[in-house]
Design a protein. Structure first.
Ligand code: ADP
Ligand code: MG
Length: 336
């Protein structure tokens, strides 16, 4: 009898992994922006055509990659970030070394990069995970990644894409999370013919640029209980929204999604906003690295807290405290 079990081809492994990391165009944008931020870029330019399926281009002025690293960057499990097996102490966005491998396995990708010390950059063209071209190029210090024909290699995934307009909304939401986290970085976003630039600013300036609210139309947050700290900004109740698109939640400098914490924010605002509405809050949680696991899902937008109830109560306390102070000045509210 012959053995029937065999190791999958690396390209197939990458495509299977891509299904988890790269769900839709906005996942590509998220991963590439994170890489640019990890590379210490101070300028990040994002261009999107056709909902991201035609083109996604991210250009940064970060540290760039040398020739050898550019080639390695698209391999699976290759990373410059996680140097030892310390999954509880991660300070960069990336660490799994699979984003570029996944993205380039399901698209046609052109990567060019140059470091400060190189006389010229290098460019790599890769189609469906297969390297087609590698050559020197003239380019600025930093990295430019162009993704075309996303999911051409996995047609089943194409069927799940929404209209370009809907994908653009998701892409904008994703970019907004990074805008508030990195106000000192200049970002630009081109969605087909629409172009918007967000110059480097303070958080206060970004709130104005992005939310069109003055800092005075809300309050700064700062509360610490034991070793969990919340900072950020929350708008006055009047700025409530129909959905959670103005709730920006971060754990240790990483944008996260957490239904329970969104619910906690609504609880903090209850009686002040209509029942079916959501407040506008920017909350940065600092939690000891050993108390939060970011390695829950390949997309890393969900995290697992060791003590979720504690986080919840710090967040509610931070918001209630400020709302009560505000309430004492203007409207009357009953503290819970
Ligand atoms: P990870 O971010 O988890 O390390 P990625 O597949 O996203 O994995 O990237 C692989 C590696 O490629 C990174 O560790 C980094 O060294 C390099 N890299 C990717 N994007 C950039 C960039 N914009 N600038 C500089 N280096 C980059
Ligand atoms: Mg990465």
């Amino acid at each position: 009898m012959f053995s029937v079990i065999r190791l999958l081809e690396p390209q197939l492994i990458n495509r299977i992994a891509a299904g988890e990391v790269i769900e839709r165009p906005t996942s590509v944008i998220k991963e590439l922006i994170e890489n640019s931020l990890d590379a210490k870029a101070t300028e990040i330019h994002v261009t999107v055509r056709g909902g991201g399926q035609t083109l996604i281009r991210i250009q940064d002025n970060g540290c760039g990659m040398i020739k050898e690293d550019l080639k390695l960057s698209v391999q699976r499990h290759t990373t410059s970030k996680l140097s030892h097996a310390d999954l509880w102490n991660i300070h960069t966005f990336g660490f799994r070394g699979e984003a570029l491998a996944s993205i380039t396995s399901v698209s046609k990708a052109l990567l060019s990069s140059k470091t400060l010390n190189q006389p010229h950059g290098w460019s790599l063209y890769i189609e469906g995970g297969e390297q087609q071209d590698f050559k020197p190029v003239a380019c600025d210090v930093g990295t430019c990644i162009e993704i075309r024909d996303l999911f051409f290699a996995t047609p089943a995934r194409l069927k799940f894409l929404r209209s370009p307009a809907q994908e653009h909304i998701q892409i904008t939401n994703c970019l907004e999370r990074f805008l508030l986290l990195n106000p000192h970085v200049t970002f630009s976003l081109r969605l087909d013919e629409k172009h918007k630039v967000f110059d480097a600013a303070s958080l206060e300036g970004r709130i104005k640029q992005l939310l069109n609210l003055q800092a005075a139309e809300g309050f700064w947050l700062e509360t610490q209980i034991h070793d969990v700290k919340v900072t950020g900004w929350a708008a006055l109740p009047g700025a409530h929204r129909r959905n959670a698109d103005r709730i920006f939640l971060y754990t240790n400098q990483r944008p996260i999604e957490d239904r329970m914490l969104v619910q906690s924010m609504r609880i903090a605002y209850q009686d002040l906003i209509p029942k079916d509405r959501y407040p506008c809050v920017i909350a940065f949680l600092s939690i000891p690295y050993s108390d939060v696991d970011v390695n829950v899902h390949p997309a890393k937008t969900q995290v697992r807290f060791k003590a979720p109830q504690e986080i919840r109560s710090v967040l509610i306390t931070a918001l209630r405290k400020s709302l009560i102070q505000y309430g004492q000045k203007s409207v009357s509210i009953t503290p819970k």
